[in-house]
Ligand binder design. Structure first.
Ligand SMILES: Cc1ncc(COP(=O)(O)O)c(C=O)c1O
Length: 409
């Protein structure tokens, strides 16, 4: 067996299942889950129709590089969304969801024979980054998020010796679970570090189309272009249809950026066997070409946040995020008790009100030198993926639970 498999950590949902195994949720309430970040809005008909129309494609093997029609559709979307012109032949590659691509990319980029091979990740973070690093034979370095900066990652917490060993940096903007969007100045800083130390940047942008302000989140390719890096050297962006178009079951996304890196990634993918089904390619091309359903989808999330936040803000330490569909809430509203145990809190909420949320510490790693060591401690993640009325009902139950907790204190 591959000994590196022993280094993997159980997935947050697996740990949460164990922590809730003995709990019987109050049957007086119907269950509401704000736990898993799986989009629940309806899949647009135009995508289903394109998929059905492509059925004859089942009779042929797809190319790993994808069909030109899909690559052109992706390049067209990047041009409209970010104002960035890409060469569809060399700077774009379809992937079967950003998850597999984020994982496979580390296997392509990491050289484990170089001493101290390191992958830098935000903390809290999407657990695939860590698993990808460990199975590639690298070690991880976690960067804490800063509450005072809307939970943006504090890249300055990484010392120069660690950057020198770093081969790959995962950035997640908009972030899961914090929703923080990285500004241009931070991109500039990271690009300069990448130039100095030679590491590659994997920019996870799968939540880029769900945002609440007037201007869409800055993308990494857009940042690179604005900073005079038209070749996107050492940068690859990861984008997905799952959240943008409510098709998590389609398994479709793309990577774009540095042509040299994509050439190596394509070679890896050819052997790995991760070509996208011709049906999915046609459906994806239709999805990238349409923006109307994306605007409607965003509007639904805006409604949810507008209705839920006024109910939660009096009882939890919670702000509207820059983007994505999560609330990253502190369960102690007073600074005097910032590290209350959110695991017990979430277990109580499930038992008494049948609302499922994810305790923050399960999404983060403990780093002794950081304050607090686990940046998820005292926080819960709520995914506002259920219909508006259900999210609102969950918020009202949480408010009742908090009132009850205050009375008991
Ligand atoms: C931060 C982040 N990146 C990537 C993904 C993977 O999405 P997909 O594989 O559906 O594109 C997810 C899914 O929840 C996520 O939260």
């Amino acid at each position: 067996m591959n000994p590196l498999l022993q280094r993997l950590h159980p997935y947050p949902f697996e740990r949460w299942r164990e922590l809730t195994a003995g709990i019987t949720p109050n049957p007086a309430y119907r269950p509401i889950s704000l736990g898993i970040g799986e989009p629940k809005h309806a899949t647009p008909a135009l995508i289903e129709e394109a998929l059905m129309a492509a059925l004859p494609g089942l009779s042929s093997y797809p190319a790993t590089a994808g069909e030109p029609v899909l690559r052109e559709a992706i390049a067209g979307w990047v041009q409209r969304r970010y104002g960035v012109a890409l060469n569809a032949g060399t700077q774009v590659l379809p992937v079967t969801g950003s998850r597999e691509a984020l994982f496979a990319f580390a296997q392509t980029v990491i050289n484990p024979t170089r001493p101290g091979a390191t992958v830098v990740c935000p903390n809290p973070f999407y657990q695939i980054y860590e698993g990808a690093a460990l199975l590639a034979g690298a070690q991880t370095c976690f960067v804490p998020s800063v509450p005072s900066r809307n939970f943006a990652a504090d890249w300055a917490a990484v010392d120069d010796a660690t950057w020198a060993r770093t081969q790959l940096l995962y950035v997640c903007s908009p972030g899961n679970p914090t929703g923080a969007v990285m500004p241009l100045a931070e991109w500039k800083w990271l690009f300069e570090l990448s130039d100095r130390h030679g590491f590659v940047i994997a920019s996870d942008e799968c939540y880029s189309e769900i945002y609440f302000g007037d201007s869409p989140p800055l993308g990494s390719l857009q940042a690179a272009r604005a900073l005079g890096r038209p070749d996107f050297r050492r940068l690859v962006a990861f984008t997905s249809l799952s959240k943008r178009s409510n098709v998590p079951g389609l398994r479709s996304g793309f990577v774009a950026g540095d042509a040299e890196l994509l050439k190596a990634f394509l070679l890896y993918r050819t052997y790995h066997g991760s070509a996208m089904s011709p049906l999915v390619q046609r459906a994806s091309a239709a999805a990238w070409a349409d923006e109307k359903h994306v605007v409607a989808n965003r509007e639904l999330y805006r409604q949810k946040f507008a209705q839920v936040l006024p109910v939660l803000q009096p009882v939890l330490d919670v702000q509207r995020p820059d983007a994505a569909f999560y609330l990253w809430a502190g369960i102690a509203t007073s600074a005097a008790a910032p590290l209350a145990n959110e695991v017990a809190w979430a277990q109580g909420l499930l038992a008494q009100y049948n609302v499922n949320v994810l305790p923050g510490r399960l999404l983060a790693r403990e780093v002794a030198q950081h304050t607090p060591p686990n940046p998820g401690a005292g926080r819960i993640r709520m995914a506002l993926v259920a219909p508006v009325a259900e999210c609102l009902e969950a918020a009202e139950r949480i408010a009742a639970y908090c009132a009850q907790q205050r009375q008991a204190a």
